[in-house]
Design a protein around this ligand. Structure first.
Ligand code: 13P
Length: 254
């Protein structure tokens, strides 16, 4: 067991899943988030934007936060289809995932765009969850650490603090595949991330920033992953759609 100085965060990324009927999953999670769990782990659910407002309402009093899955780098105006950080905040969100690999690959988001989105989130007092991670080819070429360090240098806003920034390390090849890196590989990467943040933000700030691991996290592997040094929680895709699985991952942080 590692001794934790940072309260872990388990965040669910529902991706493009969830209609009104699935609000029941959120309320079931809230029912299972008991006093002991509240003491040991923070929870957040990032539903599709259409569910943000009703989900935040459904979770009132539960101490479970909600978040957007992306936000525009623009404040407002003629940007058809985009959702601004202010809109997420207005709908009750506390977090905004930015730079998820699916956005980086499918929507061509560069580090500069991701940084602008993270800054937009921070301006609206949302905490950006900035995602980084290498592809399978980059890991095979022994470039994983260099790739992730470069993503951090390009995407993390200056002067971020533990209260205004969360990082999620999500190896692209581990997302939705059932594959996970070894505990040793996660430990090496998270230590490198902490070190790089130290250069960017100063050691004291970097020491408190929550570093989540994401990619095929499920109840059966969560305890091992959450016990890796410098892993301060999880960003969960598929398993966050089932209340029992999401709660199982939260319990693994105890
Ligand atoms: P899975 O947990 O489904 O692998 O997805 C991880 C992810 O992309 C979370 O953002």
């Amino acid at each position: 067991m590692v001794t934790r100085s940072i309260k872990p965060l388990v965040a669910g990324n529902w991706k493009m899943n969830g209609l009104k009927a699935e609000l029941a999953v959120a309320t079931e999670i809230a029912r299972g988030y008991d006093r002991e769990l509240k003491h040991t782990v923070d929870l957040a659910i990032c539903p599709p934007a259409t569910l943000l407002f009703p989900m935040t309402a459904a979770l009132t009093g539960s101490r479970i936060a909600t978040g957007g899955q992306d936000c525009s780098e623009q404040e407002s105006g003629a940007f058809t289809g985009e959702v601004s950080a202010a809109m997420l905040a207005d709908a009750g969100a506390g977090y905004a995932i930015v730079g998820h690999s699916e956005r980086r690959t499918l929507h061509g988001e560069t580090n500069a765009i991701v940084r602008a989105k993270a800054e937009a989130a921070q301006r609206c007092l949302l905490v950006p969850i900035v995602c980084v991670g290498e592809t399978q080819a980059e890991r095979a070429a022994d470039k994983a650490l260099a790739v992730v360090r470069k993503q951090l240098r390009g995407s993390v806003p200056d002067a971020s603090t533990p209260a205004t920034l969360v990082i999620a390390y999500e190896p692209v090849w581990a997302i939705g595949t059932g594959l996970t890196p070894t505990a040793a590989d996660v430990a090496e990467m998270h230590e490198a991330i902490r070190g790089e943040l130290g250069k960017l933000l100063g050691k004291a700030a970097a020491a408190g920033v929550r570093l989540l691991y994401g990619g095929s996290v499920k109840p059966s592997n969560a305890a091992e992953l959450m016990n890796v040094p410098h892993v301060d929680g999880a960003l969960v895709g598929g398993a966050s759609l089932k209340a029992e699985d999401f709660l199982g991952i939260a319990r693994a942080c105890r």
